[in-house]
Every structure is written in C-alpha cells, then in structure tokens.
Design a binder for this molecule. Structure first.
Ligand SMILES: NC(=O)c1ccc[n+]([C@@H]2O[C@H](COP(=O)([O-])OP(=O)(O)OC[C@H]3O[C@@H](n4cnc5c(N)ncnc54)[C@H](O)[C@@H]3O)[C@@H](O)[C@H]2O)c1
Ligand SMILES: O=P(O)(O)OC[C@@H](O)[C@@H](O)[C@H](O)[C@H](O)CO
Length: 384
C-alpha cells in the first residue's frame, strides 16, 4: 500500500510517517525543504527516539521523498496512492491543493479504487478545508467523479514533537503519548483501516477536546512563558504562577467541553492532569516560541482561544483565563515569527482595538471585547 504524506517536518516524520510505515505503507514524503527530501530519498529510513528517559529508538523504513515544487511528480504520486495525509500547517493547505487536484483528475480517469485524503493539522475540519481548496481547482465533471472515489475524513492528531536539534537532520525525538482519531463516517468502501488510528462516528467532540485542552493549555503556557522570559515550556511550567494559569484555563475549557459534549467530569479532570504532565516532560525541550508560533492563527475565531471563550459566554460562563491568554498572545512579538510581526505592526499602525476585532472577530460592544482590552493594557504595564 502506498501513502503520500505532505510535510516531512516534526509531526510528519515523528508521528504520521512512523504510524503509516508501521502499518505496512510505503511512505513517500512531499516537502519543499530540499535537504529533508534528498536525505529521505538517499537513506530511505530515519530514527524516531522516545523522550521517556529510556533512549528507546525505532528505525522507520520504507520511506522516500519528492519535492513539492515538482507538481508533475506530485500529481503522479497522488494519482497512484491508496492514502494521502498532510502535516504542513493549516495555512499551507491551499499551497498543496494544486498537486492533489491534478492527482485526483488523473486518478478518476485511470481507476475506480478509493482514495482517502486526511489532513493531520491542528484545526477543526482540516480535511474539509483541504477539500474546499482542492475542489476549487477541479471542473464540475471531475468533482462529480471524485465524489464517488475520493474522501476527505477529518482527523485529530496529538503528539508533542518539538523543534529538533540533532546532528542527523532526519532524527526526531517525540513524546511517548500519541493519539490519531479519524472520522469513520466519512470513509468510503475499500478503505483500509490504519493500525494505531482510533475511528469515531463523530469527530467534533474529539477535535474540540484535543484542541481546547492540549493546545489551549499549551499556548497559554507559551504566551505567558514568553512574556516572562522563559525559553521552554518546561521552564514555564516550573513557574507555579504559570502552571496555575494553565490549570485555570483548562478548567474553563473543561467546563465548556463537559457541558457541550457530556464528557465525564472526573475523566476529563484526569485527561487534564495527564496533559499537564506531558507539558512538564523533563525529557523534552520544547521552545516557547514554537508553541506560541503563528499568533494570528491562534487568535482566529475558530481556534483554541476564541472559540472556547465564545462557547463559554454562550453557556453563561466567564472565560477570564482564556481572555488573559488572548491578551498575552496579542503581546507576542517574536521577531522570527512573521505572524507576530504582522500582529505587532497592525497594533502599532491601527491600534489595539482594531487589531482585536480584525484577528479575533470580536467586535467592540461584544461582552469579551472590553475584557480583552483591559487585560492587554494591564499586561502592557508588566510586560518586558
Ligand atoms: N509538532 C507537534 O507537536 C504537532 C502535533 C500535532 C499536530 N501538529 C500540526 O502538524 C502540522 C505540522 O507541524 P510541525 O510541528 O510538524 O511543523 P514543521 O514545520 O516541523 O513541519 C512542516 C513541514 O511542512 C513543510 N512544508 C511547508 N510548505 C510545504 C509545501 N508547500 N509542500 C510540502 N511541504 C511543505 C515544511 O518544509 C516542513 O518540513 C501543523 O498543522 C501542526 O499544528 C504539530
Ligand atoms: O502546532 P500549533 O502551532 O498549532 O500548536 C503548537 C503546539 O501546541 C502543538 O504543536 C502541540 O505540540 C501538538 O498539537 C500536540 O499534539
């Protein structure tokens, strides 16, 4: 079985490639980083090390790679694949759509066997978003043929994989925990279940629980940690005041998740506890600026801060800590992050009020607006 995976980065190599290779797929990575591509092609394997203190390592074999800029080659691989997966970043999905669209156009002419395309990004409806980009590039006749044999099941993926600093550019250190959940209701006949993947009939509770617990807590630690000068999440979590804020933010999102989806309160408490332990993993060095990256994406209406905060308001709850985290995100000014630069430029030229509405979608007059503004100004006094 052949899989084409877009994005040979941290999660691509450290999680998706590993699981697919274990499940018996030949994995062809597609990336635009030529060093990664040529190394993967030459060596055909790489090492994944578990950050659990044992040094346990696994060699991932049966892999190769092609450059994403070669659209002809990408289309050919997609046309012949059994499975396509992605881990490029949700904002990059539009840039990989052309190769996938051309691959589908060829596939529907040459085969009736099904093709499943699963985006493994931190976003609600990642595969559905990819489908919109891809279908936007297909003509109506091809779209109709594709409807019969191509499916885009949404997914949630969870494994902390920091930025890597090994001598070997392919080696990747990962936390032991992992979870990959796929929407079973969207798969077509002929789909081969992937060992190690958990299938559910309704993905929404799973993706929201993951995004609004792991990722909300993570970015809360990262933005607070950055403002207080910590380089890593592990250092930030060792600061009791930050750890306390992270717990509080997870209590806020937890209350929403339990009310919306009926998760068992005690089980959810345990889920939170496990996640806090994962953030503290002493065998990982996870930079605050990685976890804080792309603040505009993280402040957007459907993401880990604003969406649970608005859901809390709807339920009559007060998302005080979520608002604090939004305010900290608005202060994120890391020079090597293009979104942080754009955010700060907007705040400087148009003012914080405009910036809040532009990036969070929350208008002046909505209940949370004044709170975000107050918290932003309050942090201004203490920051840096
Ligand atoms: N690292 C984690 O802990 C983790 C965990 C779960 C989910 N995710 C999600 O996975 C995605 C990737 O995250 P990551 O941490 O692996 O990032 P990363 O930067 O390590 O990897 C992204 C890879 O995509 C490649 N890429 C960029 N543009 C491309 C294009 N046009 N075509 C093909 N490849 C392209 C980059 O060169 C890079 O190798 C993100 O959506 C992230 O939210 C990350
Ligand atoms: O990848 P992002 O930028 O959406 O979020 C940063 C981290 O929170 C994230 O990569 C986590 O490590 C991961 O989602 C854990 O499963």
């Amino acid at each position: 079985m052949r899989a084409v995976h877009f994005g040979a980065g941290n999660i691509g190599r450290g999680f998706i490639g590993l699981i697919l290779s274990r499940a018996g797929y030949e994995v062809c990575f597609v990336d635009v980083n030529e060093e990664l591509v040529s190394q993967l092609r030459e060596r055909g394997s790489y090492k994944v090390v578990l950050a659990d203190g044992t040094g346990h390592a696994e060699q991932v074999t049966g892999v190769t790679a092609i450059n994403g800029a070669d659209l002809e080659l990408v289309a050919q691989h997609v046309a012949e694949a059994d499975l396509v997966t992605t881990a490029v970043g949700v904002n990059i999905l539009k840039h990989i759509a052309a190769g996938i669209a051309e691959g589908i156009a060829r596939r529907v002419k040459q085969s009736k066997s099904s093709l499943h395309i699963i985006a493994c990004e931190n976003a609600i409806g990642g595969s559905s978003r990819l489908k919109e980009h891809v279908y936007g590039l297909l003509d109506e006749a091809t779209r109709q043929q594709a409807d019969r044999i191509v499916a885009f099941p949404d997914a949630a993926v969870d494994r902390i994989v920091p930025i890597q600093h090994h001598q070997d550019p392919l080696e990747v250190t990962v936390e032991p925990f992992y979870e990959w959940v796929v929407d079973r209701s969207a798969v077509l006949e002929g789909y081969h279940k992937i060992e190690g993947v958990h299938y559910v009939d309704r993905l929404e509770p799973y993706i929201e629980r993951k995004l609004f617990t792991v990722n909300t807590g993570h970015c809360c630690a990262a933005y607070a940690g950055y403002l207080r000068g910590y380089d890593t999440i592990q250092q930030a979590m060792a600061d009791q005041s930050i750890a306390g804020e992270v717990r509080l933010v997870l209590e806020e999102t937890g209350a929403v998740l339990v009310r919306r989806y009926g998760f068992d309160k005690q089980e959810h408490e345990q889920y939170i506890g496990k996640i806090l332990e994962r953030f503290r993993n002493p065998h990982l060095t996870d930079e605050t600026v990685r976890v804080a990256r792309s603040p505009i994406r993280k402040l957007s209406p459907e993401d880990r801060l604003v969406r649970p905060a608005l859901q809390a308001v709807e339920l009559g709850l007060e998302p005080i800590q979520l608002v604090k985290a939004m305010a900290s995100a608005l202060h994120f000014d890391y020079q090597d992050d293009p979104e942080a630069l754009e955010l700060q430029e907007t705040i400087q030229t148009q003012g914080i009020k405009q910036a809040i509405t532009r990036y969070t979608g929350i208008e002046a007059g909505q209940p949370l607006f004044a709170l975000i503004l107050d918290n932003y100004h309050h942090l201004n006094k203490g920051a840096h």
